[in-house]
Every structure is written in C-alpha cells, then in structure tokens.
Write a protein that binds this ligand. Structure first.
Ligand SMILES: Cc1cc2nc3c(=O)[nH]c(=O)nc-3n(C[C@H](O)[C@H](O)[C@H](O)COP(=O)(O)OP(=O)(O)OC[C@H]3O[C@@H](n4cnc5c(N)ncnc54)[C@H](O)[C@@H]3O)c2cc1C
Length: 429
C-alpha cells in the first residue's frame, strides 16, 4: 500500500470542494516541483450537482458538461486522486481509499493511503428515504450515474409509449422540493422537444405526478413562489398531489395516504441525508450524519474542516445552514481565505456568515421563479420568468468562474450554446 503526503487534502470535488481546491491551488501553487493541495473524488470528472435533473431529462449531456478533475488540477495547480474514501483518521491525519476495481471486480489499483497536515471533508449528501418500504427501487438523483441511468430508462419508456396503443407514459416524482419541481419542468421540455422531432402517429401524452407529503410544494420557500410554481406546473399538465405521504414504493406504483399512483418511472427526490459511514471517522456528527462544525467550519478535531452538505454548520435562530450550492460556494471561498491565513500563522477571527441571496427554481427552458434577498430589492425581491431563469443560470456560471476563470467560462458557455443550436437541446441517445 503506497503512501503519500500533502499539506492540504480535500475529499470531495463538488460544488464546495472543487472550488476550494481551485482557490487554494491557484494561491499556493507548487513547491519543490510538487503541488501542495490534493483533491480526492470517487469520480474522474465533475458535474455541478444542481444540473443532475437536466442530465436525467436529457436536456444536458453529462459528457459535454463534465469537466475532468485532472485537467482542472493542471490549470489550478492542485493534484487529483481518483478514489472513494474508505477510512479517515482525523487524529493520525491519515486516510485510505478503496481499491479501484475493473471488469469482473478485478482489482486495478490497490487501496492507497494519504497523510496530510490539514484535512477538509466536502463529500456532500445523499437521499433520505425515511425508512419507506421499497423506496430503494425508485430512481435517485445523487450521482451522475443515477441521472444517466434514469435517462436511459426514460428513453426506453418514451419509445415504448410512442408505439403503444394507449399512447401514454407516466412518471411519479416523490418530493415537491426544488429537485422534484425542476425535474418535472425539465421532463416536460424533453417531451415537447421529442414530439417536435417525431411523426404525429408516434406522439404520446406524458403524465407527471409530483407527490408531496406537506400541504404545499417548495415548502422551504416563500408561499408566493410555491403558488406560482404550482400554477405553472398545473398549466403544463403536471398533477401536483400535496398532503400525500408515500407509504410504500413498488416497481410500478406508489402507495400513498391518498391512494395509489401508478407510474412507468418513479423518482425519489424527497429529503437529503449525509452518508452513514460519516459516523465512523471519529468526528462529532449529528442525526443526519453531518460533521458538526463551529462557525469557523472547524470539526471536533483540530486541523480538520468540513463544508457543504456534509457539514452541520450553525446559522441563525438555532438553525443549520441549508444544504445548498450557494452555501457550499460561500464556505469554499471563506475556507480558502482562512487556510491561507493559517499558513501565515494567523487565524481569521471573523466567523463564517452565510448570506442567503434567495432561492430560484427553474421551471423549464425560459422560465424560472424565485425570490432574491438583500441588496437588490430589500428583504425579499420576487422575480419570475426570464429574469429568474437568468439569475438561476448565473449561479452555475459563478461556479464555473470559480474553477476556470471568466474567459474560459465565457468560451465554454458560448460553445455549449452553439452546440445546442446545431445538434438540438435534447439528448436522444
Ligand atoms: C437535482 C438537484 C438540484 C439541485 N438544485 C439546487 C439549486 O438550484 N440551488 C442550490 O443552491 N442547490 C441545489 N441543489 C443542492 C446542491 O447540489 C448541493 O447543496 C451542493 O451540490 C452541495 O455541495 P457539496 O460540495 O457539499 O457536495 P456535492 O456537490 O454533492 O459534492 C460532493 C462530492 O464528493 C464526492 N464524494 C462523495 N462521497 C465520496 C467519497 N466517499 N469518496 C470520495 N468522494 C466522494 C462526490 O463524487 C462529489 O463530487 C440541488 C441538488 C440536486 C440533487
């Protein structure tokens, strides 16, 4: 088992970890021909998680969108190591990565171990199935592979429906949060694009049901946003079933407190929870398996930090900072400054303060809805339509700017726009 040492090791190259690695790498550069910052991820390429519903619907191609960690490392001066965390010892400052397996489970690369001076955990979160019987049969949107697997099933279901006598296909989405709402809007776009490309005799109807236990969808957001989204979705034919608690999931139907809903495809988009394995690393965790951090993002063990969805960071009124990309983005930028200060033997006294800039929900290609907070229009500035959609897209561009700089972000955005114009927006293969 080979060993290696880095000054700073970041585990998880998502919305928070990758931005942190890029910022630190650019600042610290290399020393004696070796990078000082190591980023570890179980995937070899990065997809910004808030776009997974687009990958699932086929309105975004993961292979065009994906950015290789190794190439990002080269331009931002951090090293990258592919591997899934096996063990993390915060006291000994050592971690190990699971072996990489090839075809037939054959070991391609043995377990590796890395020691570090400072460690940062940014491994995100997964779905919360709330112990619902059969829920593991539903499609999840945790990883790119999940979104691609859903897309493959979606294309097969589209094909089946277009040649079936009933000419109907159904999707049930459990959870009326932002993910469920955005996925339904994106599926409608995908279906519309598909109908434009096939003959009249093959056209079929898409029936989407959002099943939500709470009295309204987008429960965490202001009621006005929830109302607007409900109206927009119902206008597009989505059935919004609120107050319907899912009791069990079967291969072809949901049992809910309001009755049964049958579906060709079922997606579970309700609730987030960090990995169970987080509790095995000797760090303080909460009931949701998140690493408990203080207002400097420090975990219960010195010289180990956590950020993003996997961290339980204090916010206001005893609440925790929400599991959102904008929180991970702000934490990455704070931690980069804090760690650079620490290298100069200083401790940043100012705690991390999360600024909620509002919430935006995409309702399809040219439409969004949301509320922007602060600066722009007072405490709650309601936005909708194209403005909201552009504000939503700007979050994604901000992430790309943090990891690639402005010129490359502009070139990439233009290239993707041109690609869509030439080859079409919907991925049908
Ligand atoms: C469909 C969808 C839509 C969303 N839309 C929005 C939105 O509009 N706005 C918003 O603010 N938020 C949104 N979110 C939430 C947002 O994506 C997360 O809050 C954000 O990505 C958290 O960033 P992170 O860096 O903590 O984790 P992630 O971005 O999830 O990154 C975690 C990284 O860690 C890696 N990793 C995990 N476990 C291991 C391991 N054991 N070993 C090695 N590597 C590991 C993963 O591969 C991944 O690269 C959405 C989420 C989903 C699923």
């Amino acid at each position: 088992m080979a060993g290696m040492h880095y000054d700073i090791v970041i585990v998880g190259g998502g919305a928070g970890g990758l931005e942190l690695a890029a910022r630190l790498g650019r600042k610290l550069g290399r020393q004696a021909g070796k990078e000082r910052v190591l980023l570890i991820d179980r995937s070899s390429y990065h997809i910004w998680k808030p776009t997974l519903h687009e990958v699932a619907a086929g309105t975004l191609d993961a292979h065009q969108e994906g950015l290789s960690y190794s190439i990002l490392g080269r331009s931002n001066h951090f090293s990258f190591l592919l591997g899934e965390l096996n063990d993390f010892d915060p006291i000994a400052k050592r971690l190990s990565l699971k072996p990489i397996l090839g075809e037939g489970g054959k070991v391609l690369v043995d377990e590796r171990s890395v020691t570090f001076t400072w460690g940062v955990l940014a491994i995100g979160s997964g779905s919360n199935l709330f112990g619902t019987p059969g829920a593991e049969q539903a499609h999840l949107l945790e990883r790119t592979e999940d979104a691609e697997a859903f897309h493959t099933r979606l294309l097969a279901a589209f094909m089946k429906a277009s040649f079936s006598p009933e000419k109907i296909m159904s999707v049930a989405i459990v959870g009326g949060g932002a993910t469920g709402v955005e996925l339904s809007a994106e599926l409608i776009e995908a279906h519309r694009e598909l109908l434009e490309s096939i003959g009249a005799e093959q056209r079929f109807r898409l029936d989407i049901a959002i099943v939500e236990a709470a009295p309204r969808i987008l429960g965490g957001l202001p009621e006005k946003i929830s109302d607007q989204a409900t109206v927009a979705l119902e206008r597009k034919g989505v059935r919004v079933l609120t107050g319907a608690k899912v009791l069990a999931v079967h291969a072809d139907r949901l049992e809910t407190s309001l009755g049964e809903t049958s579906a060709d495809l079922i997606v579970w988009a309700a609730g987030v929870k960090a990995a169970d394995t987080n509790t095995a690393y000797g760090l303080e965790t909460n009931r949701g398996n998140q690493f408990v951090v203080n207002d400097h993002l420090e975990t219960s063990v010195a010289d180990v930090w956590a950020l993003g969805d996997c961290a339980a960071a204090p916010w206001v009124d005893g609440k925790l900072i929400p599991a959102r990309a904008q929180a991970a983005h702000q934490q990455a930028s704070y931690l980069a400054k804090a760690l650079i200060a620490r290298l100069g033997q200083r401790r940043i006294e100012t705690p991390f303060i999360y600024r909620d800039f509002g919430s935006l929900v995409s309702l399809g290609e040219n439409r969004g809805v949301g509320a922007l907070m602060g600066g722009l229009g007072g405490p709650n500035f309601f936005v909708e339509g194209l403005i909201a959609k552009w504000a939503y897209i700007s979050l994604h561009l901000d992430h790309h700017r943090a990891i690639m700089g402005t010129p490359k972000t502009v070139v990439l955005a233009m290239a993707r726009l041109l690609q869509q114009r030439v080859a079409g927006r919907l991925k049908l293969h």
